[in-house]
Design a protein around this ligand. Structure first.
Ligand code: GLN
Length: 279
């Protein structure tokens, strides 16, 4: 008698394998299976689904990537961020929940109709596109130095029918001075030797999107310094950073005469972003 293998049984067996890496979870397997078979997750719990040879080969190759520590988002080619399903690949950072808290703060505090907004170093377009989706009247610019990243952001803008300006440039140099009501960035802020760069996930992400330099602060300082020239009067700068960088960044922004400086906490309760107003 030939035993028909179901996807549900295969997931169970895979989780029981001794050589399975700690990166791989049942949820990962379920989401990979759904992406592979193009089904809703609920289907996995309601009926047995046969795993044929072709799908099994493809599933095994996805499992191998996850076992090696590659982020699930790259394997699925997709990551949810705020109100959007975003296409992602290894040319862009995987959008993270800590960045959503910055988006949330902006939406809570800015309800005006016609703001001009820049997402500097946009990657997949996460921040800029999420804001455009929520605030249709805003004029949103999404910039990146990487054309590969901008291609991803462009596909995401088309997919969600969001009309933003995609700009290829090195930080702020392409823009007109006194132009933005909001200047937002999640720049690279990890230091070169940080041990976490070898960990699950991070080692697959674009080095230049994560690592700033020897201290980790280089890009934050560069953006903070030049941002004043590009913000309108009373405009706000929003920067994501690591919790340990907050105090120094705050002092630096005070020296630059920014006012109303405050922190935004991430889901762990750590200071993960800073906002400051130009006088
Ligand atoms: N939040 C990321 C991390 O620490 C870093 C992202 C970044 O450098 N912008 O894992």
């Amino acid at each position: 008698m030939i035993m028909v293998q179901t996807i549900q049984l295969f997931i169970k067996e895979t989780m029981a394998l001794p050589e399975k890496s700690p990166y791989l979870s049942t949820l990962d397997l379920e989401l990979m299976a759904c992406s592979l078979l193009n089904i809703e997750r609920s289907k996995l719990f309601s009926s047995s689904i046969v795993l044929n040879k072709e799908y099994k080969t493809r599933f095994l190759s996805m499992i191998k990537r996850r076992n090696d520590g590659e982020p699930l988002a790259y394997i699925l080619g997709m990551q949810g961020f705020w109100n959007l399903d975003l296409e992602v690949n290894s040319k862009v950072l995987v959008p993270r929940p800590e960045t959503e808290t910055m988006v949330e703060d902006i939406l809570l505090n800015f309800n005006q109709k016609n703001l001009t907004v820049l997402d500097l170093g946009t990657g997949s377009g996460a921040i800029g596109l999420a804001l455009k989706k929520e605030r249709d009247g805003w004029d949103v610019y999404c910039s990146d130095l990487s054309t590969n990243a901008l291609r991803v952001a462009q596909r995401n803008s088309v997919k969600h029918n969001l009309n933003v300006h995609l700009t290829c440039c090195n930080w702020l140099n392409a823009f007109k001075p006194n132009n933005f009501d909001l200047l937002i960035s999640n720049p690279p802020y990890v230091e070169e030797g940080d041990i976490r760069l070898q960990s699950d996930g991070l080692r697959y992400e674009p080095f230049n999107s994560l690592v700033s330099g020897v201290t980790g602060k280089e890009q934050l300082i560069a953006i903070a310094s030049s941002s004043k020239r590009y913000l309108k009067k009373r405009g706000y700068l929003y920067l994501e950073h690591s919790p340990s960088q907050f105090e120094e960044l705050k002092l630096f922004l005070e020296e630059l005469n920014f006012i109303n400086i405050s922190e935004i906490l991430d889901l762990n309760g750590d200071k993960r972003s800073i906002k400051a107003q130009k006088i």
